[in-house]
Design a protein around this ligand. Structure first.
Ligand SMILES: [Zn+2]
Length: 74
């Protein structure tokens, strides 16, 4: 099974978060949801899990270089 990536650096955050989570999809969704709740004050809901799933990128696209922020989807 291919690994996926949730990259906090992709979105603007007050703490300028630099966390990247890589693993199998279910692991990443769970870890990213916990991270979003504890660090970024989101509610850990089904809706959040769904959003995170849509943000996932293939782990192969990971780069340690800084990346430009994208607008948070409305
Ligand atoms: Zn973060």
């Amino acid at each position: 099974m291919s690994r996926m990536m949730a990259d906090c650096r992709r979105f603007p955050s007050e703490s300028n978060c630099s966390l990247t989570i890589i693993g199998e999809e279910e692991e990443v969704v769970r870890a990213a949801a916990e991270h979003a709740a504890t660090v970024h004050g989101h509610e850990n809901t089904e809706e959040l899990h769904k959003q995170i799933r849509e943000f996932l990128e293939p782990a192969e696209t990971y780069s340690n270089d800084p990346r430009a922020h994208e607008a948070m989807p409305a």
